[in-house]
Write a protein that binds this ligand. Structure first.
Ligand code: FAD
Length: 758
């Protein structure tokens, strides 16, 4: 370090390398002369001072509560100088990598792709396995990780490790790498021939089951997942919709009925499902909702002992790590579980108006997962430090080093192997990298492939309705109503309110770079919104009652127009005519939307085989509005949505309903019951909650596929543990209930086998 006039100087007094922009040196090499004493403390001092200089030079400008970063890449490392530096610059939300010798590197990178927001995320716990720019597995050296804050972390260069030089720092780095509970799971290439339990599908429920069963050290467990691991896009809450129609989605579509989805291409609704470790908890909008206590008391009353509210509440709480203290301390929640639940750290003023509007309509602002459900609330979601907390992150990553759990990705199960004489399931057949393989199950095969794929695989294996299996020449092992009883929450999509103030999420207005930096470095900002949904409410129409509301509202500070047709219209599958007529004229305008949805549909659909080929998608008939009461309730819900939009609380924003009529509804008076019904039938929006296709019920229930211990009737060694067992759909979003089924299902397995061995 020295002034410009010093011919020996490499860096200036602000530690910037002469003649090269954006390159600094911050370590012992900047000392113009050796200090009179040992050099560690002075080097730490340089790190401290260097970080302050970076802050000053690049600036963290705080304007109206928003933080913007103007620095792209900073150079440092994790030696004596680099460690305090990384911690000092914005609370250590930086990634540190050590270069050779004392040369230090620090890189914060983000870049825009898909719609300006594709992100390589370098924050703790949610990091990529391989850095996009080269040889470093950088993320292992990420410093911001709550579990590691107490540990001294000193990283060493990867290439030092590669060359076999392993200084003590190297050991520390190695342990960090191996022991970080949030490191990605290990994808096992070589599998045993036989396991105690083979679990099919690592989704919301399957990940929980695998994690909990592997708590018994004497059991070994194999989890087979058809999809790959999560990626950086799926980490970002606001990008939830970008995963649909991607390779992480099974990309299903419903059959046309002529009663619903009329504004979608070919009258078919898109039905995304997660094809990825973590399943639909990786695609979902992260909303944490448990349903109504009467739902579960009703399950028990239907002949399912042990499934009443009090019982399932224990399992909801078992998973939960609620990070909002105002809730964590109530009897309905807890902190300390594996699944992180919290509000998004960012919100628009519109959601506060929404909650306020609820009080005007006589509904309190309350915990909709608490003592009573009817009310309005700022949504809680399954996010951790601003990123998606899928079930793979919550339940599988922490157990990745257990010796008795193997996870095999990209392993598509095609059939359950069942001995027709003993009627016992003894293994599964699957295809991985084009090769057909078989694995055996000593104790049980557990189906957790979700409400569409579990029935498909069961039918392909000879368990299903006789007529259906006969159609495809599949030998019938057990005639059961598999695939029937399909239920989903259907809502009124695209119900849009214009506002006069710049308060909503408009893609045009958000600058990708500062927004991305705010997310990467501070886990805050618009990218942490729960798939765009901010507010939730449960209300009752004239057909329902206060203790068991029949309509839910999702409030989003955006609508179909907010990205000018780039994404949302595609994931909904809207026809060009509908989009161009109704939403294009207001592209990028400030809006919010309210989606009323039907909580307990009377209509029932089905999942059936389309082919004997396991790689051909099954047929799905959502059968929305088969029962006429369903649409009547939704029309009442739509009228309540208008009341909310017109409430005093929203007046400050100049709110009004967007009034361009749908082309197919323009014969009806805008806003009339007939018009609202037509709107609902046109954008009949799934909330992605299919359940019920392997219904749980007592032996006398003709519709039941599994008993209350989730064992398949008539087949030994086979259980279903996922959303397909739900006899009726819970009154709320289904991720938390599917996780609860996973928790309880795992306990049932433990009870049965541990009791047997005793
Ligand atoms: C787009 C979207 C948004 C949603 N938003 C919310 C929300 O905000 N809040 C909420 O509570 N709920 C939401 N849900 C619903 C919720 O996520 C699901 O109800 C829940 O994840 C279902 O859990 P599951 O375990 O039954 O199935 P899944 O989580 O779907 O898991 C099934 C797993 O099995 C795997 N699999 C399937 N077939 C095979 C095979 N042949 N071989 C091997 N593996 C196989 C799949 O790849 C998948 O990983 C949403 C769902 C979607 C799709």
């Amino acid at each position: 370090m020295g002034p410009e006039s010093d011919p020996d100087a490499v860096v200036d007094p602000r530690l910037r390398v002469y003649g090269i922009k954006q390159l600094r040196v911050i370590d012992a090499s900047v000392m113009p002369k050796i200090v009179s004493g040992n050099t560690n403390a002075p080097t730490i001092m340089i790190g401290e001072k260097g970080s302050d200089m970076i802050k000053e030079d690049w600036g963290i400008r705080i304007r109206s509560g928003q933080v913007r970063y103007h620095g792209i890449s900073l150079d440092t490392g994790l030696g004596s100088g680099g460690t305090p530096l990384a911690h000092a610059v914005d609370g250590a939300r930086l990634v540190g990598m050590a270069g050779g010798g004392n040369q230090m590197h620090k890189i914060i990178r983000s870049y825009a792709a898909i719609g300006g927001l594709l992100l390589r995320r370098l924050r703790a716990g949610c990091v990529s396995q391989t850095a996009p720019w080269g040889c470093y597995r950088t993320c292992n050296a990420t410093l911001e990780c709550s579990a590691l804050k107490t540990r001294p972390v000193v990283a060493t260069p990867r290439h030092d490790r590669v060359r076999g030089r392993k200084p003590p720092a190297g050991i520390s780095y190695y342990n960090y790498d191996r022991l970080d509970p949030e490191s990605p799971i290990i994808n096992r290439k070589t599998l045993y021939k036989e396991y105690d339990f083979v679990i099919v599908g690592g989704g919301s429920a399957g990940a929980v089951v695998a994690s909990r069963l592997s708590e018994i050290p004497s059991w070994n467990v194999l989890l087979l997942e058809a999809g790959p691991d999560e990626n950086e896009i799926s980490d970002v809450p606001s990008l939830a919709a970008y995963l649909q129609l991607s390779k992480l989605d099974w990309t299903y579509k419903t059959e046309p009925t002529g009663r619903a989805c009329l504004g979608m291409k070919n009258g078919r609704c898109n039905w995304p499902r997660g094809k990825v470790l973590g399943g639909s908890s990786v695609l979902n909008y992260m909303l944490y909702v448990r349903g109504n206590k009467h739902d579960y008391d009703h399950w028990e009353a239907m002949g399912n002992p042990g499934w009443n509210y009090e019982n399932v509440l224990h399992y909801f709480k078992k998973s939960e790590d609620n990070r909002n203290p105002y809730l964590a301390k109530t009897p309905y929640h807890r902190a300390g579980g594996l699944l992180t639940v919290q509000e998004s750290p960012w919100r628009t003023p519109l959601v506060l108006a929404f909650v306020q509007a609820g009080t005007e309509l006589g509904y309190p602002n309350r915990d909709i997962n608490g003592a009573d459900q009817a009310g309005f609330m700022v949504a809680q979601g399954t996010i951790r430090r601003g990123s998606r907390c899928s079930t793979a992150k919550a339940f599988l990553r922490p157990v990745r080093l257990r010796k008795n759990i193997h996870i095999a990705l990209n392993s598509h199960v095609t059939r359950i192997l069942i001995n027709p004489t003993t009627m016992r399931a003894f293994g599964v057949e699957f295809v991985r990298n084009g090769h057909r393989q078989v694995v055996l199950a000593r104790k049980e095969v557990i189906m957790s492939a979700g409400a569409i794929n579990t029935p498909q695989i069961m039918m392909l294996s000879g368990i299903g309705p006789r007529d259906e299996l006969t159609k495809f020449g599949i030998p019938i092992l057990k005639d059961l109503p598999v695939g029937e009883n399909l239920q989903d929450h259907v809502g009124m999509g695209g119900f849009t309110f214009l506002v006069d103030k710049p308060v909503s999420i408009v893609q045009d207005r958000f600058q990708a770079f500062p927004m991305t930096m705010e997310y990467v470095m501070r886990a805050k900002g618009p990218m942490t919104t729960l798939g765009g949904v901010e507010g939730l409410a449960f209300v009752n129409t004239k057909y329902g009652n206060r203790s068991w509301p029949d309509v839910q509202f999702h409030m989003a500070p955006a609508s179909v127009n907010s990205d000018a047709g780039a994404r949302v219209r595609k994931v909904l599958g809207l026809t060009d005519q509908l989009y161009n007529t109704v939403y294009k004229p207001i592209a990028n305008k400030d809006v919010f939307s309210l989606m009323p949805l039907l909580l307990r549909p009377r209509s029932r659909g089905w999942v059936r085989l389309q082919s004997k080929n396991p790689f051909v998608a099954p047929l799905i008939n959502a059968n929305y509005f088969d029962d006429p009461l369903d649409i009547k309730i939704l029309v009442e819900g739509a009228k309540m949505a208008v009341q909310i939009g017109e409430a005093q609380a929203f007046k400050q924003f100049g709110t009004r309903v967007h009034q361009i009529p749908f082309p197919n509804c323009k014969d009806f008076q805008f806003g009339s019951d007939e018009y609202l019904e037509c709107h609902i039938r046109t954008i009949s929006m799934t909330i992605y909650h299919p359940v019920g296709t392997c219904k749980m019920g007592p032996a006398w229930d003709k519709e039941a596929v599994v008993d209350p211990r989730l064992k398949v009737y008539g087949v030994k060694g086979l259980r279903v543990i996922d959303a397909s067992i739900m006899p009726t759909i819970p009154s709320g979003n289904t991720n938390a209930p599917a996780i609860m089924v996973g928790e309880k299902g795992a306990d049932l397995v433990k009870e049965d086998w541990l009791h047997k061995s005793q």
